[in-house]
Design a protein around this ligand. Structure first.
Ligand code: HEC
Length: 108
């Protein structure tokens, strides 16, 4: 039993540290401007029927992008996102999530 608990703690710690330290927000911003800005707007602020995606937890954005990449529909317009997420690598997803967490739209 004690061994199991020890194992669980190690697992938790590694899950935690990878979600905190991985993404590169600068690379994420560049990737965002390549193919996400057209729908989600400046700094992920959202536009018309496209949801706001900035200011969200890294774990949330990561999970959503992985879900779309797996081809799973979660909303009425998921087919658009499935198409966008399919080419993303794990590193790109981590970078995008790191960028979007703190992205703020600055009024010009
Ligand atoms: C063609 C327009 C379009 C493009 C380009 C696009 N998205 Fe989306 N995105 C959508 C739509 C529409 C939804 C809502 C989909 C649904 O109904 O499930 C969405 C949903 C999302 C969500 C989930 C939002 C939530 O609150 O659950 C995330 C995260 C996201 N997009 C990130 C991205 C990223 C990162 C990129 C660039 C790689 C991107 N999107 C490119 C249209 C787009």
């Amino acid at each position: 039993m004690r061994v199991l608990r020890y194992f669980a703690v190690i697992l938790l710690m590694s899950a935690f540290s990878s979600s905190v330290s991985s993404g590169d927000p600068v690379a994420g911003e560049a990737r965002y401007k390549q193919s996400c800005i057209n729908c989600h707007g400046m700094a992920g602020k959202g536009a018309a029927s496209y949801p706001k995606i900035s200011g969200k937890e890294v774990s949330y954005v990561t999970a959503m992008l992985e879900t779309y990449r797996d081809g799973i529909e979660v909303g009425p317009n998921s087919s658009l996102m499935i198409m966008m997420a399919q080419p993303l690598t794990d590193v790109e997803i981590a970078n995008l999530a790191a960028y979007l967490k703190d992205a703020v739209y600055q009024q010009p």
